[in-house]
Design a protein around this ligand. Structure first.
Ligand code: HEM
Length: 554
């Protein structure tokens, strides 16, 4: 007769738990010994007390951890906090000065990423965002960065303006589903750039695919913070165990990530097979052209098909939901702050006039509109704890020891809500950045929403003579593209739509408190808004532009 546990197959609870427990205990003992030696020299940064064996695993909340970290920073009077679980160590940088000093000035020591075990479980291909520092990372960055430099992104402005018009017309035509128009805008741009694929209507399957991926990423928890990231062996445990919710989540959403990596790539390959001469100048076509040419000439290809697939998916994944989430915030803040909306509309009317819609030449002349965008970044950084870096070498900061291999989270949310920098930090007030003479408070534009550091740099570039990091701060390769998209669609929205609270049962505007999700990304949950055309004239201009562009360059 079989022992009852044999029926459980590969998982044998008593022996697995004992082995896991022993491994953890031995690992922790060795780790403590090692740290104790270093601590003879200097203390670790402070942090809240940990629990035996589990360390800080249960101490740090999964929901809105960034807020708790900001409270601890005040409680322990330290902008750098230290945590550890199962031998994984992490620090949280709660001030701009700490993030600038460590991630930018000393970027060489913090250019790595942790291993994202949970994201591996979710089925990601080699993706720049998650790659650890090293030759593979540098190759991906070298290939992905050039199309998105400030000067090269101008190649996409016709596409972005066209999609901005389609977005605003979609919002007006179907105000009850304004979010679909916003989603279409974001995905159409990155899908075209990455694969040359078109989103040909509000029902396009690409919109659903992008939404599924955004859902998968948006609620997956702060990157590298799951039990699998802290203790990789747990990824092999069955996901029905009570503390393995994140493993269950990863496996549930795996198809979404796999589909986004696979389906547009396969569609592009199919297009190339049907018409081998086809070249729509998209990222995939360009890279495949290079790959084929090398293969024909008998030259080695260092960037293989899996790399092309992963890099193209990076463009869509990194560029889609970030743009959608920012646009949702813009709609929310304009709805909540009618004075700011009116002021921005007046600026657009004054600069653009009423006989055309905003053009790229108008954008630099819309300073208040620009500040609306910056204030939106500050109010709610989408990645409140950034995307973590990891230290490559032992380091000292303000007399505190930071061991090699420590994961580093910049608490961008804490920096953006630091009341010593921003007066009344929870108030949406774009004027705060203007000088006192202009009616503002002379506060600095928010920093860090697009990341910190110089992860892309070579070691030589990071040596002391390159210490002025500001001029090179560009960790997110898509920032120029994203800002162009956001500015042209915001200016077009201001020119063509009015955003108000939805009407209640009594026919009057009914303000409400929106819901937020703070598991991983900080995102506002889809909400209702009343969207209407600003005037018959602006609607006619929009219709005419969309018609003209539909027949024009795509
Ligand atoms: C509002 C829009 C966006 C926001 C807020 C945003 C934010 C970020 C942040 C916080 C990081 C982490 C930087 C770090 O390591 O410290 C990042 C990295 C990255 N972003 Fe963006 N991003 C946006 C749009 C885009 C777009 C449109 C693209 C696509 C072209 C893109 C591609 C990337 C890539 C590839 C990385 C990884 C860079 C690396 O690790 O070297 N992002 N972004």
């Amino acid at each position: 007769m079989k022992h009852p546990f044999q029926y459980l197959g590969a998982f044998n609870p008593p022996s697995t738990v004992v082995i896991l427990g022993l491994t953890v205990a031995i690992f922790l003992a060795a780790y403590r010994l090692l740290l104790a030696r270093k601590r003879d020299i200097a203390p670790l940064p402070p942090g809240p007390p940990s629990e035996p064996l589990l360390g800080h695993y249960r101490v740090v909340p999964e929901d809105a951890a960034f807020k708790r970290y900001a409270e601890w920073a005040k409680e322990y009077k330290s902008d750098v906090l230290f945590f550890q679980t199962f031998g994984t160590k992490w620090i949280v940088l709660n001030s701009l000065s700490a993030a600038t000093e460590l991630l930018e000035k000393r970027g060489c020591s913090y250019a790595d990423r942790p291993r994202f075990v949970m994201f591996e479980e979710m089925g990601w291909s080699p993706t720049l965002t998650w790659l650890r520092w090293g030759p593979k990372y540098q190759l991906h960055r070298k290939v992905l960065q050039p199309p998105f430099t400030k000067s090269r992104v101008s190649q996409y402005i016709v596409l972005q303006r066209r999609e901005a018009f389609i977005c605003c017309r979609g919002m007006i035509d179907n105000p009850g589903d304004w979010l679909n128009a916003v989603r279409r805008f974001s995905v159409a741009i990155v899908l075209k750039i990455a694969y040359g694929l078109e989103v040909d209507g509000p029902e396009s399957p690409w919109i659903q695919l992008a939404e599924d991926t955004a859902n998968a990423i948006g609620k997956s928890g702060a990157p590298a913070s799951s039990i699998m990231d802290r203790f990789p062996a747990t990824r092999h445990l069955p996901d029905w165990l009570p503390f393995m919710e994140r493993l269950r989540y990863a496996r549930t959403w795996r198809p979404a990530i796999e589909n986004l990596t696979k389906l547009p790539f396969e569609a592009t390959l199919k297009a190339r097979i049907l018409d081998p001469a086809t070249d729509n100048h998209s990222f995939v076509h360009t890279r495949m052209g290079i790959w084929n040419n090398n293969a024909i000439k008998g030259l080695a290809n260092d960037f293989d098909m899996e790399d092309i697939k992963g890099a193209a998916a990076t463009i869509v994944i990194a560029g889609n939901d970030t743009t959608t989430a920012t646009l949702m915030l813009l709609v929310l803040y304009l709805m909540q702050n009618p004075d700011a909306q009116r002021k921005a509309q007046e600026e657009v009317d004054r600069v653009v006039g009423h006989d055309k819609l905003p053009t790229w030449d108008d954008i630099p002349n819309l300073p208040y509109t620009n500040l609306v965008l910056h204030e939106t970044y500050r109010m709610n950084p989408l990645s409140p704890l950034g995307i973590p870096h990891a230290s490559i070498a032992d380091d000292m900061y303000n007399g505190m020891f930071i061991p090699k291999g420590t994961i580093v989270y910049p608490n961008v949310w804490a920096m953006c809500h630091d009341e010593t920098v921003y007066r009344d930090p929870f108030r949406f007030w774009p004027e705060r950045y203007l000088s006192k003479g202009q009616g503002g408070n002379g506060e600095p534009l928010p920093v860090g929403n697009f990341g910190f550091g110089r992860r892309y740099a070579t070691r030589n570039e990071l040596m002391p003579d390159h210490q002025n990091a500001n001029s090179k701060r560009s960790i997110c390769i898509g920032r120029n593209l994203a800002e162009n998209s956001l500015l042209i669609v915001l200016a077009t929205m201001l020119a063509t739509v009015d955003i108000d609270w939805p009407l209640g049962a009594d026919g009057k505007p009914a303000p409400f408190e929106p819901e937020w999700s703070f598991r991983g990304q900080a995102i506002v949950v889809p909400f209702k808004a009343s969207i209407s055309s600003r005037s018959a004239k602006s609607k006619a201009l929009l219709d005419a532009e969309v018609q003209a562009l539909e027949g024009g360059p795509k």
